[in-house]
Design a protein around this ligand. Structure first.
Ligand SMILES: CC(C)(COP(=O)(O)OP(=O)(O)OC[C@H]1O[C@@H](n2cnc3c(N)ncnc32)[C@H](O)[C@@H]1OP(=O)(O)O)[C@@H](O)C(=O)NCCC(=O)NCCS
Length: 222
């Protein structure tokens, strides 16, 4: 799994303190859209063999938690790279390694902010589409987009309309009406999401934890 000047490998228990620190560090940066992992989640993930790390010069700089403990699905519970190590392909390599190791028979899901330009870029580039809306999930304006990996062989449909990420509650109803978010771009300094016709009747078992009438409280990954 070596890629240019870093490597991607499965985390060992000895990596846990560093992974927790990376998660906390990335979640507390000003403007961060990463919710810190709930207590114990990353530790359990490492012990289950579900956490990948990216390492440069023997120092772990990023992690991805691929939760494979659901019976019928796989959930990308969190991904983070330290700010000084970003834009070198680590996040994309972590995701590619995770998807390459996941059971191809199982659907893969994740949840992220519709304003998270980099994360959306990364997930769309590797074949995810956004098909569920979770408005105000983590508080006012803290919306989340539920995404799934397209089944192998399916290609991304082309964009029919663009909407500002900041106006999520105005357009996210389209996700229940035959549209999916498939692209992200920047327009006038604001992330805009490209919507394509993509009817999805799928109801993710992983995302059920987000599907409740009242908002749940952080901390949750995503
Ligand atoms: C998301 C994150 C893990 C990406 O890590 P990274 O190592 O910088 O990512 P990469 O260098 O592999 O880039 C991934 C993609 O994003 C794009 N990208 C990276 N930084 C970008 C930026 N500042 N602006 C626009 N696009 C950017 C890259 O071009 C790449 O796209 P491509 O695969 O189509 O070429 C990292 O930005 C991060 O830790 N963010 C904070 C934590 C977070 O929000 N996690 C997700 C919560 S669900």
């Amino acid at each position: 799994m070596g890629i240019s000047n870093f490597t991607v490998r499965w985390a060992a228990p000895a990596d846990i303190p560093r992974i927790l620190w990376i998660d906390a560090e990335c979640a507390t940066l000003p403007g961060s859209l990463l919710m810190p992992a709930p207590p114990g989640e990353l530790e359990s993930g490492v012990l289950a063999g579900d956490v990948l790390v990216a390492e440069s010069q023997h120092t772990v700089a990023g992690y991805l938690h691929l939760d494979q403990q659901y019976p019928h699905a796989v959930y990308v519970a969190g991904v983070a790279v330290l700010p000084g190590m970003r834009r070198r392909g680590m996040g994309a390599a972590l995701l590619a390694a995770a998807l390459g190791s996941a059971d191809p028979e199982l659907p893969v899901y994740t949840v992220t902010s519709p304003r998270n330009l980099v994360t959306l870029t990364m997930f769309f580039a590797q074949g995810f589409v956004g098909t569920w809306a979770f408005p105000n999930l983590f508080g006012p304006q803290e919306h989340r987009l539920g995404m799934r990996l397209l089944p192998s062989g399916e290609t991304l449909p082309s964009v029919r309309r663009w909407h500002r990420a900041t106006e999520f509650t105005r357009w996210s109803g389209l996700l229940d009406r035959g549209y999916a978010a498939v692209r992200v771009a920047i327009s006038r300094g604001v992330p805009v999401l490209g919507l394509a016709g993509y009817p999805s009747t799928d109801s993710s078992p992983c995302l059920h934890r987000f599907q409740q009438p009242a908002r749940i409280s952080p901390p949750y990954a995503g």
